[in-house]
Design a protein around this ligand. Structure first.
Ligand code: ADP
Ligand code: MG
Length: 599
């Protein structure tokens, strides 16, 4: 399509706004142009975090010489003709604003050549003033160089962050796009230092490794789901007619691999990076009950829907989209992610690879004594790899999955006033009483909460708790949440509160301790979503009020704790992700005692 200036009635319907606010936003616009031009290879060069130079070179279709001058006009685009096209945009760009905006605030040079032209053309723009078109030798494709960004807008310059921050933003952007477009070769040069390079061979996992490191990349789970939209006349009339489908591909982390914030969750919708999207909430819902409180998964997910199902014209930087039928898209994402999570049989194994120190199963002898290097490796992060590569020759105890229930346990007793010992059908269990009780309380409380029925119990005598002014402020903000959970707390003079009732679940606990758990501030990074706030708070209260290590429990209490644990949905970890139990299987015991495996 040729480039033309949009008629005013179309231009006025475009979500307007400054798209150029920092070097990374320039890179984003130029990158999108290269991808729209069908580039198979994109090279980005930056100097001084893009302030001195920022160059994007592609091998795409190029711009015909006689359209080059037009390309830098405001609202000049080859991607859109009529206002109707706005509702089925298949390209990343459509506003015709980027080149003109960039040209207005920098010294811009565009060199381009199309395949059917024998020479290339070059055009310079300085602070919005367009120079003369030159004929130059150039390969097919386009090179856009932006020098001295914001040289004529000192106010913008002042707002730029430290070089390191601006560089990181460019890095993040490029890595995300590299992941989204695995068939395109990307290269980022920072001065003379290559900082990212992908092969364009379609292997997303290799790019993941560049993004997260090899260990993490290896653990990420594949997501691939495709669904036909419901036909017309169904629940969502008009959605996806004629056998069109929804597709979700990419990666999500297993529930044991998490971060303390949502920054590693990336969504692309129809090839467009969208941020701050409710899709993130849909993904987190897929981890319901699997995720530790305050932890978030990692994900790179690519959603494809028919273009007419999303409105991309809502945000100046095109970083948001609006779905015509949000519930359909969200539930699709949630279901697909959940399925991927459950399909992967999580193997929180207890590996005893180094049990004998040697792969041949025989204990290593030192001073005539076998060395028992019993290294318990629980299913976490870097260790996961070690566990899953365990071969036949090393001793692996496969623990039932985290999703499975605990088998019926026969209590043997308590040791060290900290652990319960129990026998199950397949061996011995050591249970951390604190972690187990935390899990039990948490699930009970959340279950009651889901059913909106948290029994509350009035205290015989109201307890007064004095707080620091800062804590009092935090508590004040959470009084309504507290009420939901069956606490009745009232102001009682300055920075003092009176606890009149507690959830029955905590009937015998110290009200002051409960309040203290509520007034610890959240780290800035983990500021929870509103819908997570409650589970986070519940997690904290349960942690504070659970029985402690070192607390002697009566046999009845021990038995009750085991029985409660058996009814939990995720009995194997506490809400904060630590294991509640260690399993010593019969098989492992036999190996340890040399009845099996040792020759
Ligand atoms: P938009 O991408 O919204 O159309 P831009 O200002 O970014 O607006 O670009 C204007 C036009 O210039 C595009 O529509 C396209 O035709 C052309 N163009 C820009 N960059 C490239 C490129 N790298 N390769 C080919 N054509 C390009
Ligand atoms: Mg563009």
């Amino acid at each position: 399509m040729t480039i033309r200036v949009l008629p005013p009635e179309v231009a006025s319907q475009i979500a307007a706004g400054e798209v150029v606010e920092r070097p990374a936003s320039v890179v984003k616009e130029l990158l999108e142009n290269a991808l729209d031009a069908g580039a198979k290879s994109v090279a980005v060069n930056i100097i001084a975090a893009g302030r001195t130079l920022l160059q994007v070179a592609d091998d795409g279709a190029g711009i015909p010489a006689d359209e080059l001058t037009l390309a830098i006009e405001r609202h000049a685009t080859s991607k859109l003709v009529s206002a109707d096209d706005l509702y089925r945009i298949a390209t990343l760009g459509f506003r015709g604003e980027a080149l003109s905006s960039i040209g207005a605030v920098s010294r811009l040079t565009i060199t381009s050549r199309t395949a059917d032209s024998s020479a290339g053309a070059r055009l310079r723009v300085e602070g919005g003033i367009i120079g003369r078109l030159e004929r130059v030798g150039a390969p097919v494709g386009t090179v856009v160089s932006v020098e001295e960004l914001f040289y004529n807008v000192p106010a913008r310059l002042k707002f730029l962050k430290k070089d390191m921050t601006e560089r990181r933003a460019i890095d993040t952007l490029l890595t995300r796009y590299a992941l989204a477009y695995p068939l395109v070769r990307f290269k980022l040069m920072d001065g003379n230092t290559p900082s990212l390079q992908t092969s364009g061979d379609g292997d997303r996992r290799a790019i993941l490794a560049a993004l997260y490191g090899v260990d993490t990349a290896r653990q990420m789970l594949d997501v691939l789901a495709e669904e036909d939209g419901p036909s017309t006349g169904s629940l969502h009339p008009g959605f996806l007619p004629g056998g069109q489908s929804l597709k979700l591909s990419g990666f999500i982390s297993p529930s044991a691999l998490t971060r303390s914030n949502r920054k590693e969750i990336t969504f692309f919708v129809n090839g467009r990076w969208v941020q701050d999207t409710p899709l993130t909430a849909a993904l987190i819902q897929a981890y319901h009950m699997l995720l530790m409180v305050g932890r978030y998964p990692l994900a790179g997910l690519f959603l494809e829907v028919p273009p007419e199902e999303v409105d991309v014209n809502v945000h100046p930087a095109k970083a948001e989209v609006r779905f015509r039928n949000p519930e359909v898209a969200f539930s699709f994402v949630q279901r697909s992610a959940r399925r991927a999570l459950l399909a992967y049989s999580p193997v929180p194994q207890v590996a005893m690879q180094n049990l004998w120190g040697r792969p041949d199963d025989r204990p290593q002898m030192v001073d005539g004594k076998p060395q028992f290097d019993v290294a318990w490796v629980l299913g976490h992060d870097a260790d996961q790899e070690r566990m899953t590569v365990n071969d036949q020759s090393s001793t692996v105890i496969t623990q039932p999955s985290a999703l499975e229930k605990v088998p019926l346990l026969r209590l043997i007793g308590q040791i060290g006033a900290t652990y319960l010992v129990a026998e199950g059908p397949d061996g011995l269990y050591l249970i951390d009483q604190h972690a187990a009780h935390e899990r039990v309380l948490f699930e009970k409380l959340m279950r009651q909460h889901e059913h909106k029925a948290i029994p509350s119990q009035a205290l015989l005598s109201a307890t007064v708790v004095n707080l620091s002014p800062a804590s009092a402020k935090l508590l004040e903000d959470q009084l309504s949440v507290l009420q939901h959970f069956g606490f009745q707390v009232e102001a009682f003079g300055q920075n003092s509160y009176q606890v009149r009732a507690m959830p029955s679940l905590f009937a015998n606990s110290d009200p002051a301790a409960a309040l203290c758990a509520l007034v610890e501030d959240f780290e800035e990074d983990e500021a929870p979503f509103q819908n997570e706030l409650e589970s986070k708070i519940a997690g904290r209260v349960c942690k504070r009020l659970a029985v402690k290590a070192g607390q002697v429990l009566s046999p009845e209490e021990q038995r009750a704790l085991l029985a409660d644990l058996e009814t939990c949905a995720s009995p194997r970890t506490c809400p904060h992700g630590r294991p509640t139990m260690i399993h010593l299987s019969v098989d492992m015991l036999e190996r340890q005692f040399g009845r099996k495996g040792a020759r």
